[in-house]
Design a protein around this ligand. Sequence first.
Ligand SMILES: Nc1nc2c(ncn2[C@@H]2O[C@H](COP(=O)(O)OP(=O)(O)OP(=O)(O)O)[C@@H](O)[C@H]2O)c(=O)[nH]1
Ligand SMILES: [Mg+2]
Length: 284
Amino acid sequence: MNDLTHSVLLIGESDVGKTHYGAQLLNRLIKIEDCKLTLDIDGPPANFEPFQATLNKLNTGVSAAHTTSTTYIESIWPIIDDTGKKSQLVWPDYAGEQVSSILSKRLIPPNWAKNIQDASSWMLLIRLNKNHEQADILSKPIADIRQQKEQTKDAKFEISHQAQLVELLQIMLFAGEAKVDEAGCIPKLLIALSCWDELKQEQNTVPADLLAQRLPMFYQYITSTWSAPLIFGVSALGKPLDKKREDKEYSARGPECFGYVITPDGSYSTDLTLPIQALLTQCC
Ligand SMILES: Nc1nc2c(ncn2[C@@H]2O[C@H](COP(=O)(O)OP(=O)(O)OP(=O)(O)O)[C@@H](O)[C@H]2O)c(=O)[nH]1
Ligand SMILES: [Mg+2]
């Protein structure tokens, strides 16, 4: 990795929106000039191939397919920020089952160990709408739990989704040989609450507050392990798209006109490059 290279390891289970965010980010880098980051046309050629099929689908107003489970492709995009600083962004695309398998097998494949060690930043995508809220002593009175005991005694034990996310980051820190107690040695962390439009939040909702409310243990873990984790809301598409039925407005205006982020202070911005720019400018 050279000095210019900023490698973002995008982490997310299946169906959290990794591929669509990659494609929409690329649309912003190529087509929208007033974003914080743009594609550096004087840089080495960028490869768009892993996102081409998704870009084609979005241009016709439909959403793209799930990434096949064996895929792991990194795209390298030369970028330049609004102050003229150049970097290279390494952006992976893969099927989310690979992350689920790390969790279930507690085993890091060799290529993943290398990616974890090489990455300067980690961006973890969490789609809150896909999490099943699990009852605990605070959310469900003991009497209700006691009543359920008989019915559920044969039910399979499963750890909560937020405990799985904590475990995932712990496994990755271990695999990356990160020294948590030495300042500056762990990769920067950004949590992107993906498909934000589905969450139907009021204007100015602060993403960190929503994370703390919905996944309190996970929130405690990241804020006690990282000194300044960045927490954004990301709606790469801006609205749901069907896999077959074309959204006429989308195809007429172009996908680059849709999608937005909610910044850590709760502000709305159509600049999907802001999370990357925040990682590029954040000190360790
Ligand atoms: N409402 C809404 N839906 C979205 C958004 N981004 C992605 N989706 C939908 O979420 C689904 C999953 O998106 P993908 O980008 O394929 O997810 P992925 O993480 O790449 O999934 P795998 O390839 O299975 O690992 C698709 O049906 C998308 O249409 C968004 O910003 N808003
Ligand atoms: Mg995908």
